[in-house]
Structure formats: structure tokens, C-alpha cells
Design a protein around this ligand. Structure first.
Ligand code: FAD
Ligand code: NAP
Length: 341
């Protein structure tokens, strides 16, 4: 079947901010060969690429003047079934949370804290998704990707991905150079629960220690998230809009003198991670609303687009918040989603 290229395509239902954006051209690809074919088309037509997964970490402008390449590769393969671990290769277009549920069903452990994160498997390495003390890199074995320039397939091991806090080489030196086609995860057969985050510990505190299992942890994570985070279908959003900033201990001590309740976590002897949500809330933004956009009442790190207006309005609000945080605390917040404006 030849690929179907759709002109002037409406992307509003394909981004969780519900921005009414259009792409000059759209194509859905479900195999590596289709990815290559679409890359040749984009090159011939001189179209820039917008690689699209679940659209839950992007802020679109009104018009993308190129090819929106929707990654819809599906499938899972158990590539190794060892005594203590399995290696599970998962195609990039699989839904992340459905994968988490699948692994729990087969008693492959390690993804429980990452339950209910929206989006696709292929996007997970881009920002090394993380939640409740676990990051993708903790369960990552390798990924396959197609080099956009040559069309060749390449394998990246963990070191090559240069994972960091909500970061990877695909956000830095290799930005826009590869299309991820599969991710291989190394999952445990014996569970090792990570319950460091206070909200998770509290949610499980009523259960006896011996009854704690990965499915229970997953249930608790889902319950906390459903309670705290707005569902994009009712309140369009991209989750946390900014990364938590890491500052020097001296900078932190100065801030703590002025605001003793500031929320912070040690990173190493010299550095401290501050909760961006606290900084934004303390600067008075929580619950703020203006025209089509707003700041979530329960979590100030989540910007909303309830009016389903332009991504530019969301980006303007983000910049106002960023400026106010810089003025107040001397900290430049880094946006977490990819901005296409
Ligand atoms: P998209 O938004 O489609 O794409 C994001 C970026 O990755 C784009 O630059 C895109 O071009 C690129 N990309 C996508 N797929 C590929 C591919 N196959 N190859 C190459 N590049 C690709 N994130 C967390 O880390 N932790 C959380 O707890 C979390 N919670 C969230 C909660 C909510 C309610 C929402 C809306 C978002 C949350 N996020 C969280 C952010 C988001 O879900 C993740 O970053 C997710 O991995 C994005 O996946 P996606 O498929 O939607 O990516
Ligand atoms: P929370 O539990 O209220 O915690 C607030 C902040 O404190 C979080 O940002 C978290 O950092 C940090 N934190 C809490 N306990 C910590 C500990 N023991 N050690 C180190 N840091 C700690 O946060 P929340 O907003 O409800 O989110 C819960 C988890 O889901 C967090 O891990 C968060 O990153 C993740 N999440 C991410 C997104 C996104 O779009 N990226 C959206 C929603 C939720 P970290 O953020 O570094 O973990």
C-alpha cells in the first residue's frame, strides 16, 4: 500500500494541549520501511519534519510548514528470557501506559512507578521519562533508530543515549537526527520496590509490608496521578511545563533564609534540586487564568489550555512565569516540552 500523504492536516486531536495547529502535510507510518519512504518524500519535497508520537510533550504553533510524521509502529518481542531478567523489545508507536500494564500482567517488574505517563514508547528515551524516583534509564537496555540523513538503522546502548535528568543525547547533540523505532527494556523477575516519594509511601502506608507488590504500587501511582493531574481530554496540558532546577547549595541557602518552606532535595554535596512547582506557586501563579490559558489549581507546574487556543498563548504564559521566577529567585526555569513556535 502506498503511503497516504494528507495536505493541510489538523493536528488539534494529536497534541494533548489541544492546540489548533495545522501541518502542511501529514503521514502515518507503521513500519521501518514506511519511515524510510516518508523520509525520502520529505527530502524530495524539502519539507522539515515533525516527528509525532502521542503529542503529550510538544507545544505547537499555529502552522507547521512541513511533514508531520506520525510514528505508529507496533509490536513487542521477548528477546531474552533469563533467570533474573527479561529483555523486551517494544516498537516505538506502542502506548507507554499500555506497555506498563502488559509488563505487570506478565510479572516483568520495573515500570510500576512509571504508570500512567501519557505518550509513546519511542518518545520515552527522548527526555528519559521519570516519575516517583524511577527513570527510563533504570530499565533501559538499548534502542534502534533510523538516521534521518542516511535512512540507515542504528543501535544505541545506554551510554550512547547519555541519559540525564529529563534529558538525553536526542535533546542535545543528536537533536532531530534520528527517528527511534524500538526500545528494549531490561525488566526484573524479582521485584524491587522504590517507595521514596512521600506521596507514594503515604498512599501505601495502610498496607502491610508483605502485601506490597508492583501491581499495588502501580495502582497507587495511578490513583495519585488521577487525583492530582488534570486529564488532557478535559483540561488540555503537557504535564510539567518546566524541569526542576538544580542550583548550588549556597544559592539554596540564600533562598531558604528568605523562604524557609522552600521545597528542595539534595542532588550531591554541592547541588540541590528545587521543586519548580513550589517556586511558581510561591510566586503567586497557582490558579491563574487569562483568556484561553491557565495554571493548574492543584499543581502549579502544569499549564493548561482550557480554551483550546493557540500554542503561542501557552508559550507567552510560560515566558511570563519564567521571567517572574527569574526576578524573584534568580533561577532560569528550563521548559520541559519541545517548543515548535
Ligand atoms: P511527543 O509529544 O509526540 O513528542 C515529544 C518529542 O519527542 C518531540 O520532539 C518529538 O519529535 C519527539 N519524538 C516522539 N517520538 C519520537 C520517535 N519515535 N523518534 C524520535 N523522536 C520522537 N513525562 C515524564 O517524564 N514523567 C511524567 O510523569 C509525565 N507525566 C505527564 C503527565 C501528563 C498529564 C502529560 C500530558 C505529560 C506527562 N509527561 C511526563 C510528559 C510526556 O508524557 C512524556 O514526555 C512522553 O514521553 C511524551 O511522549 P509522546 O509520545 O507524547 O511524545
Ligand atoms: P510531588 O510528589 O508533589 O513532588 C514534588 C517535586 O519534588 C517533584 O517534582 C519531585 O521531583 C520532587 N520530589 C519529591 N519527593 C522526592 C524525593 N524523595 N527525592 C527527590 N525528589 C523528590 O510531585 P508531582 O508533581 O505530584 O509528581 C510526581 C512524580 O511524577 C514526579 O516524579 C514528577 O516528576 C512526575 N511527573 C512528571 C510530569 C512531567 O510532565 N514531567 C508530570 C506529572 C508528574 P521529580 O520531578 O524530579 O521527580
Amino acid at each position: 500500500m502506498p503511503l497516504l500523504y494528507l495536505p493541510e492536516f489538523d493536528l488539534q486531536s494529536l497534541n494533548t494541549l489541544a492546540v489548533p495547529a495545522k501541518a502542511r502535510c501529514y503521514v502515518s507510518v507503521s513500519s521501518e520501511d514506511e519511515v524510510r519512504e516518508a523520509l525520502v518524500f520529505a527530502k524530495q519535497q524539502e519539507l522539515p519534519l515533525l516527528v509525532l508520537g502521542g503529542g503529550s510533550n510538544i507545544v505547537l504553533g499555529d502552522y507547521f510548514p512541513g511533514l508531520a510524521l506520525h510514528i505508529r509502529l507496533h509490536g513487542k518481542v521477548l528477546v531474552d528470557d533469563g533467570e533474573d531478567f527479561v529483555l523486551l523489545r517494544v516498537a516505538a508507536g506502542e502506548n507507554w501506559h499500555e506497555l506498563v500494564e502488559y509488563t505487570l500482567q506478565y510479572h516483568y517488574w520495573g515500570l510500576e512507578n512509571l504508570s500512567l505517563i501519557p505518550g509513546s514508547v519511542g518518545a520515552a528515551p527522548i527526555q528519559n521519562i521519570g516519575a516517583y524516583g524511577v527513570e527510563l534509564c533504570d530499565v533501559f537496555a538499548e534502542l534502534t533508530a533510523i538516521d534521518i540523513a542516511s535512512g540507515l538503522s542504528v543501535t544505541f546502548d545506554k551510554d550512547a543515549c547519555r541519559f540525564g535528568y529529563r534529558d538525553s543525547v536526542f535533546k542535545g547533540a543528536l537533536k532531530d537526527r534520528y527517528i527511534i523505532t524500538s526500545v528494549t527494556l531490561k525488566l526484573r523477575k524479582t521485584s524491587r520496590l522504590i517507595l521514596d516519594y512521600p506521596a507514594l509511601r503515604e498512599a501505601l502506608a495502610h498496607l502491610p509490608q508483605e502485601s506490597l507488590t508492583p501491581p499495588r504500587v502501580s495502582e497507587a501511582v495511578c490513583a495519585i496521578r488521577r487525583n492530582k493531574l488534570p486529564h488532557p481530554q478535559t483540561l488540555p496540558n503537557v504535564g510539567s511545563f518546566f524541569k526542576n532546577p538544580v542550583v548550588s547549595r549556597a544559592h539554596f541557602e540564600r533562598l531558604r533564609e528568605r523562604w524557609p518552606a522552600i521545597v528542595a532535595f539534595p542532588v550531591d554535596d554541592e547541588h540541590v534540586k528545587l521543586a519548580a512547582a513550589w517556586l511558581i506557586d510561591n510566586a503567586g501563579w497557582r490558579g491563574y487564568q487569562k483568556d484561553t490559558v491557565a495554571v493548574h489549581e492543584q499543581q502549579a507546574l502544569v499549564l493548561l489550555n482550557p480554551g483550546r487556543g493557540s500554542g503561542i498563548a501557552v508559550w507567552n504564559l510560560a515566558q511570563e512565569i519564567r521571567q517572574s521566577v527569574a526576578d524573584r529567585y534568580g533561577i532560569d526555569l528550563e521548559p520541559e516540552p519541545r517548543i515548535y513556535i
